[in-house]
Design a protein around this ligand. Structure first.
Ligand code: AMP
Ligand code: MG
Length: 408
């Protein structure tokens, strides 16, 4: 089937992603913050090490430090134990190659010693050590600068700070970081059937799960929610909410619901009347009514109300748009291919999304839809490892075909 795509209106998944990518700009602002507060932030600059690590030759064992030159033959040799060095302890004495020192794990090995023999391999008597056999230079020692050199690139602009990076920077004493400003999102739901959590539902009402999901998913990305409400199906209420969104200085507005062609679908009408439209529909299921526009210069992603569509739109679009906005350019999400576990059928002309379980079988990654009847629903999503998609052009997907997956 040939899709008749009218520009700005009905676009393919790839076109939609492209348009979002081209029209969402990276935030310029940055701030310098303490390392301890940087978890989840995006680095605003490359970081180089201003020092080497370890800063001195370190003993990796409890034992005795020798000079390799002095024990390069197989025969037994005897040395005077000239001193003892513990972790954190400094020694100012000078030693010669015919001496040795007792060293503890983590101690700085003094010069001219260049290897450590574990204490179990020597015999010690009255301040003298007997040692037999050959040992290699550098044995049981981590040399100064062996792990990290001065001036070495540690991490790059656009990388997300995680606990392992914090560990590395703390190791080197880097305690302040320049990070990107945290993006602000204004998030609202539309629909007079919606009720806030904690309130009792009247007949016909539903809990506003979309907004709670999106709030949590945004928090997971270290994005701040600037505000937002449940907006009833009324044009002037929607206008008021959008004005508030503008005042909130949000970097992005996200709404759910009200995008269909019904009389009360005011979001679609508002976009038509008050926004500059990039696209109004995407050839995907679920999530077809997803719209992208700009309201007074603020990017506006309008998601459908259907909770399955909200889940798919978040992982397939919103997350990517936000990563771009926050400057998270280095591996924001793990995308991979896996072999689909069963034969599947679909409609041609649209990409179809499923939540799936990923397993490794015979050294191959396999993805299995969690449910065929509720492919993108809340319960399926809650048990999934990945969101996977079936290509637009096919109508039948044979078992074992490779499909694109996004790790959740
Ligand atoms: P709409 O796109 O506004 O026509 O919404 C489609 C359907 O999605 C509604 O009939 C509700 O069942 C559901 N829905 C809409 N908004 C929400 C929401 N915020 N939370 C949970 N379900 C919703
Ligand atoms: Mg609605």
């Amino acid at each position: 089937m040939i899709m008749n795509l009218s520009p700005l209106v009905y676009v393919t998944l790839d076109q939609a992603l492209d348009i979002i990518n081209q029209n969402i700009e990276e935030i310029n602002g940055s701030e310098i913050i303490p390392l301890e507060q940087s978890l989840g932030k995006i680095l605003a600059e490359d970081i180089y090490s201003f020092t080497e690590f370890p800063p001195f030759d370190v003993s990796l064992m409890d034992g005795y430090a020798f000079c390799s030159e002095a024990i390069d033959s197989e025969g037994e040799k005897e040395f005077v134990v000239a001193s003892e060095v513990y972790a954190g302890g400094a020694v100012d004495e000078t030693f010669n190659k015919n001496q040795c020192v007792k060293v503890a794990t983590g101690a700085a090995v003094p010069k001219p010693f260049d290897l450590v023999v574990v204490q179990e391999e020597v015999s010690v008597k009255e301040g003298r050590v007997k040692i037999k056999g050959k040992y290699k230079k550098g044995e049981n020692i981590k040399k100064a600068g062996e792990e990290i050199q001065k001036g070495q690139l540690l991490c790059r602009k656009g990388q997300k700070v995680d606990a392992r990076l914090i560990n590395l920077l703390a190791t080197l004493g880097i305690h302040r970081l320049k990070v990107k400003q945290t993006p602000l999102v204004y998030l609202f739901s539309t629909g007079q059937e919606l009720q806030s959590l904690g309130k009792t539902l009247s007949f016909g009402q539903l809990y506003d799960s979309n907004r709670v999901f999106l709030q949590s998913a945004l928090k997971q990305m270290d994005v701040l929610v600037a505000g937002g409400h449940i907006v009833e199906d009324d044009f002037s209420a929607l206008e008021k909410e959008m004005e508030e969104a503008k005042r909130s200085q949000a970097h992005l507005i996200i709404s759910t619901g009200g995008l269909s062609v019904g009389e009360k679908d005011y979001v679609a009408q508002f976009i038509e009347k008050c926004c500059s439209v990039y696209f109004k529909k995407v050839a995907i299921k679920p999530g077809r009514p997803l719209s992208f526009s700009s309201f007074e210069g603020i990017p506006f992603l309008s998601l459908p109300g259907n909770p399955a569509a909200v889940l798919v739109c978040f992982y397939a679009f919103v997350r990517k748009a936000l990563a771009k906005r926050m400057g998270w350019s280095i591996h924001p999400f793990l995308e991979f291919k896996a072999h689909v576990a069963i034969d599947m059928v679909k409609k041609s002309g649209r990409v179809e999304f499923y939540f799936g379980k990923v397993k490794e079988e015979q050294s191959r990654l396999r993805v299995e839809p969690i449910s065929l009847t509720d492919p993108a629903g809340a319960f399926s999503a809650s048990r999934a490892d990945a969101l996977f998609r079936l290509p637009a052009s096919s109508t039948s997907i044979p078992k074992d075909m490779l499909v694109d997956c996004i790790w959740l």
